[in-house]
Ligand binder design. Structure first.
Ligand SMILES: [Zn+2]
Length: 107
């Protein structure tokens, strides 16, 4: 499956513990089918002190979500949507919202 999400997309979590929350994509791990979303699915890691620059303690970080558990939130119709593709007159490919047909790529 080809990942259709990109960094800075706004997505809605549709399955799992964080269902119903939305956030901005921080990173897409395409080959593993995972996505990191800002402030979603936070996990606590206990870190050992490793010198004066890193005193250790508990750090919070995003855990990856499965790509199939998130959907793109369209900025035009404000709904979670599947992503379609369209070729513009200029020949460039853009992603479009399957709900409203609006282009979701910010140029
Ligand atoms: Zn839309």
């Amino acid at each position: 499956m080809k990942a259709k999400l990109k960094k800075d997309d706004t997505v809605l979590v549709v399955a799992g513990r964080e269902r119903g929350k939305s956030g901005k994509v921080v990173r897409v791990l395409r080959e593993r089918g995972l996505v990191l979303v800002e402030r979603i699915n936070m996990i606590k890691r206990h870190q050992k002190p490793a010198g004066p620059q890193s005193p250790g303690g508990i750090i919070e970080k995003e855990a990856a979500l499965n790509l199939s558990n998130v959907m793109l939130l369209c900025a035009s119709c404000d709904k979670p949507t599947r992503v379609g593709r369209k070729v513009l007159d200029s020949g460039s490919h853009v992603r479009v919202c399957r709900n409203c047909g609006e282009v979701v790529d910010k140029s």
